[in-house]
Every structure is written in C-alpha cells, then in structure tokens.
Design a protein around this ligand. Structure first.
Ligand SMILES: [Zn+2]
Ligand SMILES: [Zn+2]
Length: 1010
C-alpha cells in the first residue's frame, strides 16, 4: 500500500489523495484552492504514469471537486464514483464554477482552468456509489470498498478501502453533531485500519453549543432588522446556506424572532432546488417533509432572488435579511450586497463560516476587531460603518469530535490533512495512543508489507457485491429516436441504484460517446416526451432525468412540477373540474384556482383529489391570477364540445384487456391530440364518467405523475347497454345561473333537465322577468352551454296577491279574481269607492309590475266562482306510462300546501289530484297542472270535493280574537258556505277580514254568527 498526498495536506483547498492498493491506483477527490495567492490546483503531475483505475469523490465542495475535470482530462476513461447526492450537486457546483471563471476571464484576464466541454465529459464518467453496503468493483479487483455517511453536507461520504496489502479510511470532511440538513458522520466499518486520513479543519477548536449559537445568530438578524437596516449573511452556497435558511425560518415559526422577509440569492438558491431532489441524503425530518411535497427551504417569508433588478429593489425596500453566496465575500451576490451595505450605519453583516486569510470576509472581521477601518471589495476601498459579527455554525467536527471519530476506528496511524498548522498541531495533542503524521503536499507514505495477510480476510466478506456500471453504446450506431426511449430505460434500469441520469449519461449509454451533438439529440428527443413515461425531467436540474420504476420512488419528486399545471380535480365524488395548480401546501394538499362560475370558497384540496394532470397552462395564464378562471371556463366549454364527438364505447373497443394505457394513448385511440389541453380534458372526463368501462389502475401518485388506465372488469357487460349521454353537472349549472341572476324573490322555481342540462326558470311574472333578465340569462347560457328558458305562465297566487295589493284604498276585493290567460287579464269584483284616477293609477302600476291588465268590476255581490281548470295544452303524442305519470304528478304536486293525494282514471288517461280546497288549488296551481299535462301527456282533472275537516280547521284558525266557537260548524255544500256560532266580542272589521281570508284560502264563504 502506498499513499501520495497530492494536495490539500496542510491546508483547506485542493484536496487530492492517491492510493495504491492491490497494485492499482485510486484517486480520492481533486479540488481547487479558492484563495488567490497560491496555485489553485493540486500537483496532478505526481500521478503521471500511474495506472489509475478509479476516482472517488467524497463530496461536492469546490476544494474537493474543482480540479476533477483536469484529472478526467489526464485519465479520460476512468470511472468516477460519487454518491447520488454528490453527483447531482457536482453538476450545480461545476456549472457555477464555469460561470465564475468566464466572468473572471472577461474582467480580470484570468485564464479559466478548463472549458465547459471538459466538465461535460467528466460528468459523463460519474457512476453511482452505494452508501452503507460494502461492495467491490470490476475495475478494482481485490479491493473491498465501504462508503458511509460523513455528515458535513448532503451526499458527503467517508471511504474505506480494504485490500490484501493494506486498509485505510479517508474521512473526507466530516461533522459529528447533527445539523438541520444532515445527520452526523458514521465511520466506515474498517476496524484497525492501517491508516486513517483525517480532516482537521477545526482540530484546535471546540465548537460552542450549536443550539445556542443558532439562537444567537437568529437574534442578531432580528436585532439588525429592528435597527431598520438590511442584514447580510454571506454563506457558502452548498451546505451553510441551507442550514441558515432552516435556522432562521424555524426561529420565526417558533416566534423567537419576528417575521421579516428572507431573500436567498446566488448559488444558495440553486443548491436549495437540488437538495429537494435528494431527500435520501438529508435528515429524516427533511426527508419526510420533502416526500410529502412540502418545500422546506421556501417557507412563507422566503423569496428567491433572480437578478440584479431584484437586488436593487431589495436594498431600496424595507429591512430584510439576505442569505447569499459567496461565504467569504470573494464574489457572487454577497460581495455585491456587502459593497453597498458596509458603509451604512444601520446595516449588519454576519459572518458564519470559515474565512481564508486574505478573503474580504476575514478582513471585515479584522475591522470588527478594530484592526482596520476600511475594506476592499471588488477593487473599491470602502469605509466600514455597518455592524459586523461572527457566529460559529460549522459543518466540520471540532477537535474533540475528530479525536472521538479516530478513536472509534482504532487505526494504526493517522495522517492529519485539510487543516492549517495550528489546527493540525492542536488535534495531534488530542490523539495520544496512535502514531500521528502531519504530511506535506507531495509526500508519499508507504506501508511495510508484513500486515498484508491480516487484511486479506476482509476482501472475502460474504456481503460483497459487484456494482454494475452503465452499459455503453447500446444503440449500435442507430441514431436515437423517440421509439428507443423504452430500450434506453431498460438499459439504465440495470443499475438499480441509479435514480437520476443526465442527458450526458444517456448519450453515453446509447452512442457510446458523449459529444455536444449526441447530448443534444437526447435532450431534443426527451423534450417531445410529453408524458415522461420512462424518464422524468427534473424540475430543479437542467439536463437531468429521473428513472421511473427504480427503487425508492417517492411521490414528492414530481410535486413541484404540478405548480402551473392544469389538473383534473375531483371537487366532489361525482364532479371533476379542470383547475390551475398554484401551490403545493403542507398537509399533502394543493392550492388551486377554479373555473369561473364555480364557488371559489374552497381552493385547497388534498392530493388524492387529483384525478389527472392535463399539462402546463399557457405562460400568461400561469402568471396572472385574474386570467385563470376565465381561461379554465373556456377550457370547460371547448372540452364539452369535443366530448360530444367522443364515444366511450368506441374507445373501449379500441383497448385491449389487461393492457394499461396513459391518457395520451387513449387520446390517440380516440383520434384526438394528446398535446392539447382541451382534448386531454375531454378524454379524461369521458374516462372518469364511465367507471364501468374504464378504471384508473394507477393514480398519478402511485405513478409519480403518470396515471394509467385499463378496461374495467365488467366492461363487456357495460358495452351491451346503450351508451349514455354525458350527464350535465346540475349543481354547477345552477350556480352559474345564480352568479348572473342572483336570487330574485320573484324566481320561484328552477327546473333542470337531468339529461340535457337545459334549464327552465319560473318567475312570478314571466313577461316582466323576460325584459329584466334577458342579458343575464344570455350570459349564463353562454357560460354553461345549456339552453335557459322562462316558463311562460304567470304565478296565479302571486298575480292575485299583486292585484289585491294594487287595489285603490277604498276598494275591497270580493271573492277570488278571475284570470284570463289569453288576454293576460285579471279581474276583481270589488266593494267600496274609488275615483277613476285612482283606479287608472292602480292599473298602470299593476301592469308595470306584472305585465298583466287589471280589471275592476264594482258589484255588491260576491264574484262568480272561477272557471274550472281546462287543459290548455294538447297532450303530447307520446304519453308516458301510468307509473311515470303518477311519479311525475307526485313530484310536482306533493310540495304544494293543501295537497292530499293523486289518483288516476287510467281508461281516460287522466290524473285526479285531490286538494283540501279544490277551488283555490285550481286557480293557484293552474300553471303546474298544465306543466304536468305537458310532461306526462295525461289530462289533469281536480277532484271537486272539498276536504271538510280542513275547512273546519281553517274556520277555527281564522276566528278573530275575542270570539270562541260554541258549536260544531255547519257546512252548506250548495252555497259553499260554513256557518259558525260564536260567543264573545269582536269588531265588525275583524269579522269581515276573517271572512275575506277564509274565502281566499278555501274558496268558501264563512258566516260568523255571534
Ligand atoms: Zn467540504
Ligand atoms: Zn473540504
């Protein structure tokens, strides 16, 4: 065994370690130095002529990966092993590094370390590294590899290598105390290793209590805001930034500090997005939150900053906290903010992490310690007036923790790296029972051979497994095409630990080589893959796809894509509506906007209410809260039109039993476009409305955004039955009508045809209503797509009542009015006196209110009884069955006051309703009887007998106060008169009023004899 400390031995930066085991070379990490005074690179020349078989990466910080593209250039075919989290984060970090280098090349004439193509090529060589299980690799025969969690940041690992000629552990950067984003480190299980290469960043320090430090920081931010200034917290983009966001949000949630805006800028923001893709690398609490669809980094007070315009707005706005990279103010938005804030008295800059000797961050701390009073940022000398303080929220273990980590492994020797002289010397004093080395860069360490035999046993451990690598060049030279997606997916699935693949990896699998062109073909083909049945485009990461069907599928992964999409939502068990998803909310729910015309009271629905994802809404709709409801209701209308052209039966006949289809497959069967929202909506509703034909086998949650349908078990029987027409949504139609018309008191009935959805509105006075509501009704009809008509008949009770109220003061109506429909005329016989002007005025008012004419006959005798009801409409040729006629009659008549029952004269096809007071019912409900005749084709004839008991009860009820009945009332059938003998006293007016009301309610006369 041989170890070369290629870089990063005596300081933080450019970490790189080369290991020879079992006659093969392995390289662990290849980072850069970020301070500008030294050579930024490890001395890769030390690796020249070495047979490097594999490269391992501990984590994605720049001091461990920044030189990887150059290492890859030297060893272009060598695979690079990294945990999934590290692999994803590397893409983000290197893309950022490229951006920074390009900027420096322009501004400072500094040559970039490497071109973009080299990064692309390097990333294509990245292979997954399993954590927790020991494994072997075909490229490294004879070596057992252990990767275990290192804490520090997401995806970070420590590595153990065991071979016949020696064993060693590389700690990488580690933290022991659990952080908010990650748990603490677990050493790889390689007991009594020959060598432990241990980081020592804070080897000479003891960290203060973390919780206390978090509280102190949160309080300092709150104090800075209270002073009326902005608070800048520069943070490393990867790790610290996420921790700070969680610390500050938690303090706000607990009420320890007040609510204030938190802005997140620079690399911090992009890394937050990436963290959401790798829940398995995070603390259990975050894992749970992300898998439930909650976005822990973007709570209610958090805003992600996009560009410099945003930045200027923030500084011009009210006090706020800004968490931004870079952490040492060497560049990035934090330097931009700092340059503007340092000279402000009420601003604060709070430093939270490691600062290089020459970094602006360190110099700012010197100012705070009154070692100086000006600061240079971006070439400007600035007077420092703002508040500066330092807080220790380290992602590195302190001296005691590092010593404990070492003790747990019982190594023969420990080499301390990744720390300055002071740190390494401090840690050395804590490691008492072991041989401690303080290597310099470029130093080689060789182990004597005598221990080889002991280590040999370890490699044959039974739990060893071979890690597959991705196949390459499976396309055999055929250009990649949409039809090959499934084949590609099958190849990728051979590596079960691979959940995320990049376009570059896929290009390698298909073409066997990665070029800009092959990658572009993969990207273009996948861009057309609307349903993403095999690979799911990653929301937060460009050019990356998640592999469907791999282990550990979690519903959380596709949730962020729902925002801005049109969903088909079950707003009740029967009713589905297209909605626009606005947000994912805690408690596994979505916040949505509904189509116009649907009650907007409820806008939050549980995930399981989502029936299908239709697709992304147009950009302008996504960006406008106002446009969405109208857009959705237009969508409903268009989809309804399309749906009328579709047949569920024909669609079912296109499907095969036991096959599963996506919505797009079904669209294609039905001959409509799978890419049009309207057509997808039409088809999804058709499927939902025919549960006996189609079943949703896999919901969008089981399928991570992809629902699958199949034929229902009894689809054959369902096909035997005639195809049902689409059932209109009655509640929705009525709610749209209410939205346009309100609830006018003269609208007494809304009838809706359950088959067509057509609506008939019955107003007391249709002529008047017609004028008043024409526009509103037209609008409601337009929106619902059904016909809305007015029942043509006046409400006789309301008409008589209105006429009575219109009568001039001096006149009293005698008996019931006669109503002449053909002339729209109501006639009252009245007693009393009124001038012709009064009568004319009453008539004109009545006409305006009802559209009818009022005629007043002045007589002393009671009016003649109204004409018996005559069927006006010719019964329809199609007469309904006896049963149906009866049912219809009961439905229409039973709610009416005074209704007793209905019998029938089947021979004459006549319905015989019975009422307490047939005289009155005949007049009052005439319109309903006509309607009943029209609907059934049966004649309606009222049974003429009055209900005696009801008559007597009415007489009792109307007895004026002061009178009591002394005998059973007598009925005189011929005269339609009830005679009641009373005792007591009542004035004449009350007696007259009682008679009038009795006549009105029963059609009979009442004699009260005192
Ligand atoms: Zn690190
Ligand atoms: Zn490091």
């Amino acid at each position: 065994m041989q170890v070369i400390f290629v870089g990063g031995a005596s300081g933080v930066g450019a970490s790189c370690l080369a290991i020879q085991l079992a006659d093969q070379w392995i390289v662990v990490d290849a980072g850069v130095r970020l301070d500008h005074k030294n050579d930024p690179l490890p001395d890769l020349a030390l690796l020249e002529y070495k047979d490097v078989r594999a490269i391992f990466v501990t984590h994605a910080h720049a001091d461990h990966i920044g030189a990887l593209p150059l290492l890859h250039q030297a060893f272009p075919t060598v695979p690079i092993f990294a945990s999934r989290g590290t692999a994803l984060l590397m893409e983000v970090m290197l893309a950022d590094a490229l951006k920074v280098m390009t900027k420096r090349a322009v501004e400072e004439m500094e040559l970039p370390l490497y071109p973009e193509a080299l990064v692309t090529g390097m990333l294509a060589q990245v292979r997954p590294l399993p954590i927790g299980e020991p494994f072997t690799l075909p490229v490294l025969p004879g070596i057992m590899i252990h990767a275990s969690r290192a804490g520090h940041i997401a995806g970070a690992v420590s590595l153990g290598f065991v071979a016949p000629d020696g064993s060693l552990v590389v700690s990488g950067d580690i933290s022991i105390t659990p952080q908010r984003t990650v748990l603490g480190a677990v050493p790889p299980p390689v007991d009594r290793c020959d060598l432990l290469v241990l980081e020592s960043t804070y080897g000479a320090r003891l960290h203060p209590n973390r919780q206390g430090e978090e509280q102190r920081l949160a309080q300092a931010v709150a104090d800075g805001i209270a002073k009326g200034g902005h608070v800048l917290v520069p943070a490393f983009g990867l790790g610290r930034g996420q921790e700070l966001l969680l610390v500050l949000q938690a303090a706000q949630e607990k009420g320890q500090i007040p609510d204030f805006p938190l802005y997140v800028d620079g690399l911090v923001r992009r890394v937050c997005d990436t963290y959401l893709l790798l829940p398995e690398a995070l603390s259990p609490r975050l894992q749970r939150q992300i898998r439930k669809g909650y976005l822990p980094f973007s709570g209610p007070n958090v805003t992600f900053v996009r560009d410099e315009r945003d930045r200027e707005r923030i500084l011009a706005g009210p006090p706020a906290c800004i968490v931004s990279s870079s952490g040492m103010l060497t560049g990035g938005p934090s330097a931009w903010y700092a340059a503007r804030l340092v000279s402000q008295d009420n601003a604060s800059i709070l430093i939270t992490g490691y600062q290089d000797e020459e970094s602006p961050g360190r110099r700012l701390l010197d100012v705070a310690e009154q070692k100086r009073d000006t600061l240079e940022i971006g070439g400007q000398q600035l007077q420092v007036h703002c508040n500066v303080a330092k807080y220790s929220l380290s992602a590195h273990a302190d001296g005691a923790e590092l010593a404990g980590y070492a003790a747990a492994l019982h190594p023969r020797r420990v080499a301390l790296v990744h720390g300055d002289d002071e740190a390494r010397a401090g840690l050395r004093t804590l490691l008492t029972e072991v041989d401690v080395l303080l290597p310099r860069d470029g130093m080689t360490l060789e182990k004597e051979e005598k221990r080889a035999r002991r280590s040999a046993r370890a490699t044959s451990a039974p739990s060893a497994q071979v890690l597959d690598s991705l196949p390459t060049g499976i396309g055999g030279g055929v250009p990649f095409d949409y039809q090959h997606v499934e084949q590609l997916w099958r190849a990728v699935r051979q590596v079960p630990t691979l959940r995320i693949v990049t376009a570059r990896e896929l290009a390698l699998v298909w073409y066997g080589r990665v070029t800009e062109e092959t990658t572009r073909i993969i990207l273009d083909t996948f861009a057309q893959d609307y349903e993403q049945r095999y690979f799911i485009q990653q929301h937060a990461l460009e050019e990356a796809y998640r592999v469907r069907g791999q282990y550990e599928e979690t519903p959380g992964d596709f949730l962020s894509d729902l925002v801005g999409s049109v969903l088909l939502l079950l707003i009740s068990p029967e009713s589905t509506k297209p909605v626009l998803c606005r947000a994912i909310e805690p408690g596994a729910s979505v916040r949505v906007q509904l189509p116009r015309g649907i009650s907007q009271e409820r806008t939050r629905f549980p995930f399981f209410a989502i029936f299908e994802i239709l697709g992304p809404a147009p950009q302008d709709v996504q960006h406008s809260y106002q446009k969405a409801p109208a857009y959705l209701s237009d969508l409903v209308k268009t989809a309804r039109r399309i749906r009328r052209t579709l047949s569920a039966h024909s669609l079912a006949q296109e499907c095969q039993e036991d096959a599963m289809y996506t919505l797009s497959d079904l669209c294609a069967f039905a001959g409509i476009s799978p890419y049009s929202l309207e057509e997808r909506l039409a088809l999804a509703k058709l499927v939902h409305q025919h549960p006996r034909l189609f079943t949703q086998q896999r919901s969008i949650f089981d399928g991570e955004g992809l629902a699958l349908y199949s034929l229902s078990p009894d689809w054959r029987e369902a096909l035997e039955e005639p195809e049902e027409q689409e059932r209109p949504d009655q509640n929705w139609i009525l709610s749209v009508i209410e939205q346009y018309l309100g609830t006018p008191s003269d609208l007494y009935r809304r009838s809706i045809d359950p088959d067509t959805g057509d609506v008939t509105l019955a107003f007391h006075f249709p002529e008047v209503a017609h004028v008043r509501y024409t526009e509103a009704i037209a609008a409601a009809a337009e929106e619902t797509g059904v016909s809305i008509t007015l029942a043509p008949y006046v409400h006789q009770g309301a008409l008589a009542e209105a006429a009575r109220r219109a009568l001039p003061q001096g006149l009293t109506a005698l008996g019931s009015p006669s109503i002449h429909h053909d002339q729209s005329l109501i006639q009252f016989t009245c007693a009393g006196e009124a001038s012709d002007e009064e009568v004319a005025e009453a008539q004109s008012q009545f006409n305006a209110a009802t559209g009818w004419q009022l005629q007043i006959a002045r007589k002393k005798s009671p009016g003649s009884p109204p004409e018996p009801h005559q069927p006006r409409a010719t019964p329809k040729a199609g007469r309904v069955s006896q049963h149906e006629a009866m049912h219809c009659a009961q439905r229409l008549l039973s709610p009416l006051p005074g209704y007793v029952k209905v019998s029938m004269d089947v021979m004459n096809a006549t319905l015989l309703p019975r009422f307490h007071f047939p005289e009155v019912a005949r007049t009052r409900y005439e319109e309903l009887f006509t309607q009943l005749e029209e609907q059934t084709g049966w004649s309606v004839r009222l049974q003429p007998t009055v209900h005696h008991q009801a008559l007597i009860e009415m007489a009792y009820r109307l007895l004026p106060e002061g009178l009591s009945c002394i005998d059973t009332p007598s009925l005189y059938q011929d005269e339609q008169r009830v005679h009641v003998s009373c005792s007591g006293k009542a004035d004449a007016e009350a007696v007259q009023e009682a008679s009038r009301r009795f006549l009105e309610e029963t059609g009979w006369y009442l004699d009260l004899v005192v």
